[in-house]
Design a protein around this ligand. Structure first.
Ligand SMILES: Cc1cc2nc3c(=O)[nH]c(=O)nc-3n(C[C@H](O)[C@H](O)[C@H](O)COP(=O)(O)OP(=O)(O)OC[C@H]3O[C@@H](n4cnc5c(N)ncnc54)[C@H](O)[C@@H]3O)c2cc1C
Length: 383
């Protein structure tokens, strides 16, 4: 092991620099700070985002938020998730019950807006005496066993910053990852997807379940949110919709999809931004370089099945923070890489298995069996 390698416990003048104040960066910063390791957090965004993003929290993520003093916010804004209901051609085919074991909001799978999760983490970090320095963008980073040299810029200037260790928590298009020439093989869909916060009408749907509507082609998914008829609706957009499509046309296209696939009417919730994005699946070839490490979406992006993005991002941050508190940095990074690479590949495999299990054809076959249908003509009649 290199003797010159940064030692987070003794080298107070070369703190750990975290690029990005999303869930992975904040979870890393909180864990490091709780273990009395000094860090700085930079984010290029001037303000926190309240865009519609991840909603599903696994119990271990909720537990971490509770440890960060988030219980009240969870009780006020969270919503219990009991499982998934799957539909083919608008007919309920089957359901999957989550292994909650309790209906306690603080110990189950729940939905909570990502902006609230980030608020809990950032407030806790502030209480621990660390603030996020906003409006600071990483332009480039190089690293070797003695540390990392960051090129940073804000609205006024550009400067170099020397750190013992850089944590790339800068999301799917990570500058840290690209600067360090880390390949990130995978794929990104051509089609655009959407996420919209809405009220749902037109049919009675259990408000404690996620509803996944399959029909030839693509799926739409409803995740219940706090508030009587509130759901987050996600799905793929028709090919003629672009990022430039005016908002009213975008909403009309989503409403048409919701009606055709789910037989539901939706009313967008006021003041909520509609997210339009491309779905990717990719895992970096390595999560570490000397004096540099990737966490969250910078390291891996999964298909949006089972809500793994945010939960894994937070899990990365907690694991990294604890390892750095327990071992010399070089050993901690290698241990982190081994543990989280294996975990990310396991998540990817699980997601692909679920994708295979819940595809339209197999649900359609189950529905036909349920209806006693043996031909397409008979199917039309029975539906
Ligand atoms: C519309 C949408 C819906 C989603 N739904 C789900 C879901 O239901 N379930 C789920 O688990 N996941 C979901 N995800 C994914 C989830 O949001 C991400 O997995 C999660 O945010 C990853 O956290 P992160 O901290 O790694 O990255 P991010 O949240 O992307 O945060 C990265 C941060 O880094 C900052 N940054 C980027 N580049 C730089 C730079 N060069 N210099 C300084 N700062 C920089 C950004 O401003 C940002 O604050 C969704 C994502 C989207 C877009």
């Amino acid at each position: 092991m290199s003797e010159t390698f940064f030692n987070p416990k003794s080298d107070a003048h070369s703190p750990i620099v975290i690029i990005g104040a999303g869930p992975s960066g904040l979870a890393t910063a909180v864990t490091l700070t709780k273990h009395l390791l000094s860090c700085k957090v930079f984010d290029k965004a001037l303000t926190k985002s309240d865009a519609t993003k991840a909603t599903g929290l696994h119990p271990e993520t909720t537990q971490f938020l509770i440890e960060c003093g988030g219980a009240d916010k969870i009780l006020k804004n969270g919503h219990l998730l009991l499982g998934n209901k799957m539909y083919a051609d608008q007919q309920l085919v089957t359901e999957e019950i989550f292994d909650n074991g309790t209906d306690d909001l603080l110990a189950s799978n729940i939905s909570l807006e990502q902006s609230i999760t980030e608020q809990i983490l950032e407030a806790h970090l502030n209480n621990l005496g660390v603030g996020v320095e906003r409006g600071v963008e990483l332009q480039n980073v190089t690293s070797d066993t003695t540390g990392a040299t960051l090129l940073l810029k804000n609205a006024q200037q550009q400067w170099q910053h020397r750190a013992g260790l850089v944590v790339g928590a800068d999301g799917i298009n990570s500058t840290t990852r690209t600067s360090l020439n880390i390949e990130c093989p995978g794929s990104t869909s051509e089609a655009l997807s959407f996420a919209i916060d809405c009220e749902v009408y037109g049919r009675e749907l259990s408000h404690d379940f996620c509803h996944r509507f399959f029909r030839v082609g693509e799926t739409i998914t409803l995740v219940p949110m706090r508030g009587d008829r509130n759901f987050k609706l996600t799905g793929k957009l028709p090919g003629d919709i672009t990022r430039e499509t005016p908002q009213d046309e975008l909403i009309a296209a989503i409403q048409q999809l919701a009606d055709y696939r789910g037989g539901i009417e939706i009313i967008p919730r006021t003041g909520r931004q509609i997210a339009v994005y491309r779905i990717s699946k990719q895992i970096a070839e390595t999560f570490i370089r000397p004096s540099a490490v990737l966490v969250g979406d910078a390291a891996h992006v999964f298909l949006p099945i089972g809500g793994n993005g945010l939960n894994t991002a937070i899990g990365d941050g907690i694991t990294l923070g604890k390892l750095l508190a327990s071992f010399p940095a070089e050993q901690a990074l290698h241990e982190y890489n081994a543990q989280r690479m294996e975990y990310a590949h396991q998540v990817k495999a699980d997601v692909m298995e679920r994708k295979e299990k819940w595809h339209y054809r197999s649900l359609r076959q189950r529905l036909d069996a349920k209806l006693g249908v043996t031909s397409i003509a008979e199917r039309q009649y029975k539906l």
